[in-house]
Structures are given as structure tokens and as C-alpha cells.
Write a protein that binds this ligand. Structure first.
Ligand code: PLP
Length: 405
């Protein structure tokens, strides 16, 4: 059982009174999650006792900071069950991780005849980097579509006919809530000579991730969507791929030796970590993952799923609500529109009652184009979301609709 009061007690921001009046109902977790004391204190502790630049100094603090940074890498490794620390590259987040792969993988491995496949349900950060790389390197870019329910369609046919070298897709759509069956998709792609990158930005907080069991070639995520600080993220990739992949950013840390003529590069994973890293945020990420593990993740996941089902059931009781994304397997969020009501007006009125939801295209404009709409309202849950908050959301929604309709 999930002790929701206990969990909520660990997130001080949840005590916020919106404009000194309404208790905060925070349902924008797909955009970013709040931070528990375990993470806040880890940052405080790091800057109070350990701060120094890593990997460079012979001095005491530099040694401590380096140890903490590398321990954090190992915590991340264990959390997603990567086989070694060389496979864990720290980045600023999902966006930077995908840009790194789009640049370095495509530059190293793709010719003009090759195709990268993405999908119509991706976040912009899993679309734009591929378009930029396509324009730089001249390979082909194609995409899989999804059906009215928000499930990918014709995946096998398209992989067989187009024979892409890489498929890059989300584990969970940040707009439709669709959970893609990535284990099966990866196995099928591998049988057909196609590597797979998983955008795990939405899934890392809502699914147990085992990159070896999935056999993912790349798995990327952002710390801030899994209770960790902003500014830190992860690129997991299989070691043999990373080893042959060309470098991305150049600078300190990623080098072995530099002369005025040329540079030899550092070993993995440092080869891909140019410049001073966000050490404190990496420590914060490790604290967040340890915290989540200690909270009994399987029960949190089933709790969140039942909460979403509850919210969806209550939403469906309201007249004229259309839900976007009705996949068989959903998680993380629900997108909806109320007939005759602009998504932004609804979000604004809910905010006036202390309820924080997301409005707009959720950085997934092609999803909106698929449905011929401009945006949706989106609620998304986390481990600390309560049934009472869903009830407050529903009653506030009814009030807002009474005013708008
Ligand atoms: C949030 C999100 C991203 C982008 O993450 P950043 O932290 O902004 O880099 C990418 N994909 C999905 C599915 C997301 O939810």
C-alpha cells in the first residue's frame, strides 16, 4: 500500500497556498515533478560540504566531489540496470541526449541512403534534432503514424518496407499517455537490422526500466521528471555503440591529450561529457532515484495507474468531454477538451482555483495536427497525487465549465 500522506509530507512545495488562498493541486507532473526533502537536502549537503570541480584536482574536496559524481553515475546505472558505468553519459536532459545521438550516431553510422524513423506522437525534442541532423548529413527521415486511439499503426509493415537504421520513439507519450510496447518493438526492430532509441522522459518515473531486459540501444531521460533537479539528464547507450560513435561537444573533460594541432579523446563516458558537469544535480538525481526505489516503486506505479483510471472515469461523467488518447495501455497523463471551451480559458479558470494543469500543444504539435486541434488540457500525476486532489480538480472543472458554457 502507498502511504500517500507520508509521501506528500516529503514534498514541502505541496503545502503552497495558491495566491494565499487555494491549496495547490499540482497536476502538471508530465512537465516537471516536485522535489522531495531527500533531493533538496542532497543539494544543500553537496554545496555545504563537498563542492569542487571534478576529475581535475588533486585536492581533498575535488576528490570528494569526484567520488560523489561517480557514485551518482553508479546509482543511475543500477536504477536502469545498465551493465557498466561507461554506458551512462550525463547530459542536461532528454533534449540534449537526443541531440547528441542525432548528431554523433548519424554522423558516424548513416549514409545518404539510410533512414531514421520517428513517430507522429513524439515530443518536439524527438523530432527537431533528427530534422537538423537530416539537413546536416543528408539521410532520410520518415515517421510512423498513430490511429484515433493514439496507438502506433502499421509499425511492422513500415519497418519491413522502409528498413530504417534507427527507430527513435517515446516509451510513453507525454500528450496521449500511450504506453508503447517497447520490448516487443525493440525485438522486432533488431530482427530487421534497426537500432532503437527510447525516449524515456515520461516513463522513468512511471515504469520499472531495465535496459538490458529491453535490449534498448539508447535510452534517454531527464532528471526533473523523476523528482530530481532540472539541468541533469541521462543518455544510456550500449558500450560498443558509444565506443565507435563520433564525439559531440568538444572541450575540457572529454580529452586525453590536446596539442595545437590535434586532440585525442578520453575514455567512455567522459568522451561525451565536455565541460564542467552539473555535479550537484547528478548527486540530486541519484538521491531522487534512491528515494523512489525506497518508496516501493511497483506499488507507486499501480497506485498512479488506478488514480489515472479514477480521473478518467470521473472526467467521462462530465458532458461534452473528449479525451485524446484512448490506447489500451496508458500512463502518466490524460489529455482532454471540453466542447465549446477553449483549452486556455479552462486552464486559466482552474488556476484561479489553485489547480495546475497544462494547456496547449505540450511540445507535440504533430499530435495536435493529427486531430485537427490547437491544443488540449492535460492533467498528469505523480507519486504524491491524491484522490482528493482529483476530486478537487473535477469539482473545479465543473465550476469552470459552468462559467464558460
Ligand atoms: C519532457 C519530455 C521531453 C523533453 O525533456 P527535457 O527535459 O525538456 O529535455 C522529451 N520527451 C518527452 C516524452 C517528454 O515528456
Amino acid at each position: 500500500m502507498v502511504d500517500i500522506a507520508y509521501i506528500r509530507g516529503q514534498f514541502p512545495i505541496l503545502e503552497t497556498k495558491v495566491r494565499n488562498k487555494y491549496p495547490l493541486v499540482y497536476l502538471d507532473n508530465a512537465a516537471t515533478t516536485q522535489k522531495p526533502f531527500a533531493v533538496i537536502n542532497a543539494l544543500l549537503d553537496y554545496y555545504t560540504k563537498y563542492n569542487a570541480n571534478v576529475h581535475r584536482g588533486v585536492h581533498y574536496l575535488s576528490g570528494l566531489a569526484t567520488d560523489m559524481f561517480e557514485q551518482s553515475r553508479d546509482t543511475v546505472r543500477a536504477f536502469i540496470n545498465a551493465s557498466c558505468k561507461e554506458e551512462i553519459v550525463f547530459t542536461r536532459g532528454t533534449t540534449e541526449s537526443i541531440n547528441l545521438v542525432a548528431h554523433s550516431f548519424c554522423k558516424t553510422f548513416l549514409t545518404k541512403q539510410d533512414t531514421v524513423m520517428i513517430t507522429q506522437m513524439e515530443h518536439h525534442s524527438n523530432i527537431v534534432p533528427w530534422q537538423i541532423a537530416r539537413d546536416n548529413f543528408g539521410f532520410k527521415l520518415d515517421y510512423l503514424t498513430f490511429d484515433d486511439n493514439g496507438e502506433l499503426e502499421n509499425l511492422k509493415e513500415k519497418i519491413l518496407s522502409v528498413k530504417p537504421k534507427l527507430l527513435s520513439l517515446c516509451h510513453i507519450s507525454n500528450t496521449l499517455g500511450t504506453v508503447n510496447d517497447i520490448k516487443e518493438i525493440i525485438a522486432f526492430c533488431h530482427q530487421n537490422g534497426c537500432l532503437v532509441l527510447i525516449d524515456g522522459a515520461q516513463s522513468v518515473a512511471h515504469q520499472i526500466i531495465d535496459v538490458q531486459d529491453l535490449d534498448a540501444d539508447f535510452f534517454v531521460f531527464s532528471g526533473h521528471k523523476v523528482y530530481a533537479p532540472m539541468g541533469i539528464g541521462v543518455l544510456y547507450a550500449k558500450k560498443d555503440i558509444l565506443e565507435t560513435m563520433d564525439v559531440y561537444h568538444g572541450g575540457g573533460e572529454m580529452i586525453k591529450e590536446v596539442t595545437m594541432e590535434k586532440t585525442t579523446y578520453n575514455d567512455l563516458p567522459y568522451k561525451f561529457e565536455a565541460g564542467t558537469p552539473s555535479v550537484a544535480d547528478a548527486v540530486g538525481l541519484a538521491a531522487a532515484l534512491s528515494w523512489l526505489k525506497s518508496m516501493d516503486m511497483p506499488s507507486i506505479i499501480s497506485y498512479e495507474d488506478s488514480l489515472l483510471q479514477y480521473a478518467e472515469g470521473r472526467l467521462k461523467e462530465i458532458k461534452g468531454i473528449r479525451i485524446f488518447g484512448n490506447a489500451k495501455h496508458k500512463s502518466s497523463c490524460i489529455s482532454f477538451l471540453a466542447d465549446g471551451v477553449h483549452h486556455l480559458d479552462l486552464g486559466t479558470l482552474l488556476d484561479a482555483m489553485g489547480v495546475a494543469i497544462r494547456t496547449g500543444h505540450h511540445c507535440a504539435e504533430p499530435v495536435m495536427q493529427r486531430f485537427g486541434i490547437e491544443g488540449t488540457d492535460r492533467l498528469s500525476v505523480a507519486a504524491y497525487t491524491s484522490h482528493q486532489e482529483i476530486d478537487t480538480f473535477i469539482s473545479s472543472l465543473n465550476k469552470a465549465l459552468g462559467m464558460l458554457r
